[in-house]
Design a protein around this ligand. Structure first.
Ligand code: BJW
Ligand code: ZN
Length: 267
């Protein structure tokens, strides 16, 4: 289905691969239709159809081409801030140029039609919000923000216009860094707590486009499962969560979500 069809709220056509597993799709739709509060837990795969690279896929994943230690740790940043800023400025531009796809739009439209859906995303591209979702928790920060590497003060207005963000922190003079969560760094305690509440409190969790390998984020579907919240996994590839899920749809996010979220709960 096109993004336009999703945006206009038309009922989604059933993608071809589901023709082989119509019962599975029907059962997954039943589960969605019976849930009054959905929690959508997303990873890089949900933005893949917007042209944004994932991290761990062979050949195309960012970590198959770039050194995570050099680019996604504070140590790497302190060693070579220009290199790190160059990479993040490039990715920020790609994210800004990208458009929300049918998956982002399906979630936003579900909410716009009155459905209750909380988005917990590991993505830093801002596409869930741009699609129109209102209840979005960005666990790993945002490419679109910067903060001081030492005192965490948010960047001054206009920081994006400065190539390499060489302008120092307005409070302490230290360099600015992208406001994302790098390896070895703690996630915001508030965000993590809220995410835990959502994970355990929702009626159904849709786990979409994540390898579910990076912790503590990957612990959220586990927490949901332990709290008795059913999981539906949507991913073209197997994930460690598949064995725990009620249903695994081997499909792309932009195909499956518009079908699953086409109708509001019956009650
Ligand atoms: C589609 C699709 C389509 C394709 N439709 N699907 C236990 C063991 C070992 C290590 C650790 C451990 N616990 C913690 C760690 C360390 C580390 C970690 O988890 N490492 C693992 C890799 C093992 N975790 C951390 O360091 C975290 N911090 C921490 O633990 O702090 C401890 C601490 C506590 C207190 C004080 C101080 C410290 C922080 C993790 C931060 C992760 N950051 C990144 C970069 C963000 C900034 C940036 O973008 O540059 O976040 S790494 C990267 O991975 C990014 C993502 O959000 C995250 C998750 O990746 P995601 O989204 O799952 O993407 P992929 O590529 O892995 O998967 C894509 C999936 O999509 C695939 O399955 C495809 O099949 C699928 N797909 N097309 C649907 N169309
Ligand atoms: Zn500072």
């Amino acid at each position: 289905m096109s993004a336009g069809a999703a945006a206009s709220g038309q009922l989604a056509a059933v993608p071809e691969q589901f023709a082989a597993a119509p019962e599975q799709l029907a059962a997954a739709r039943e589960l969605v239709a019976a849930a009054g509060w959905l929690v959508l837990f997303t990873g890089a795969g949900v933005s893949a159809e917007s042209g944004i690279a994932t991290f761990r896929e062979a050949q195309t994943g960012l970590w198959s081409r770039f050194d995570a230690q050099a680019l996604a740790t504070e140590e790497g940043f302190r060693k070579d801030p220009e290199l790190v800023w160059g990479w993040y400025a490039h990715r920020r531009r790609l994210a800004q140029q990208a458009q929300p796809n049918a998956a982002h739009l399906a979630a936003a439209q579900y909410e716009a039609r009155g459905g209750r859906i909380s988005v917990i995303t590991q993505n830093v591209d801002g596409l869930h919000r741009r699609a129109g979702s209102g209840d979005v928790l960005e666990l790993h920060g945002s490419l679109l923000r910067a903060r001081c590497v030492d005192c965490a003060t948010p960047a001054h207005d206009g920081w994006q216009d400065d190539p390499g963000a060489r302008v120092p922190c307005r409070r302490c003079g230290a360099p600015l860094r992208p406001d994302v969560v790098w390896f070895g760094e703690a996630l915001s305690e508030t965000a993590l707590q809220r995410a835990g509440q959502l994970a355990r409190g929702g009626e159904l969790m849709l786990v979409v486009g994540t390898s579910a390998l990076v912790y503590p984020a990957a612990g959220l579907p586990l927490a949901a499962h332990e709290a008795g919240v059913p999981l539906i996994v949507i991913n073209p590839e197997p994930t460690p969560l598949d064995a725990l899920a009620q249903h695994c749809l081997r499909a792309r996010a932009g195909e499956a979500l518009p079908v699953l979220l086409a109708e509001l709960p019956r009650r």
